[in-house]
Design a protein. Sequence first.
Length: 148
Amino acid sequence: MSTVIHERVQLANLGENPFSIIKLKSGWVVAGDVQPLDGHCLFLGDPVVPDLNSLSEAARVQCCLNMIRVGDALLKATDAYRINYETWGNLDPALHTHVMPRYPHEMEEKRKMPACKVYDGSTSRPFDLKTDLKFVESMRKLLSPFAA
């Protein structure tokens, strides 16, 4: 089965995914196509598998550790106070996690809910490498010790 995740990982491995930030040992860190909250990233498992349960125990540990590292980097690269990790895979059944910074300036009723429930991707600002270059460079620097 081919999904958007499969396509994005393939493009990243070819150096042709404009959203790619850095490759870690178990997958790719990419910027979200849209930025409902600045710094919205995804961690795309590489190799692509259906879900976290499809990995060996060692691969699961590595994958989860890398997701947490993305969150740690986001805390340093932004003024986020918390990180949400969303691994669903219902729409695109391939392992990927949305790593979403949460900010103190969000309205309280939104801050209490999953970002995907309270922010509309269709009206969110698109990721733009020119606008977001400083963020991308910061994330690359913070994550470079863990690069594949």
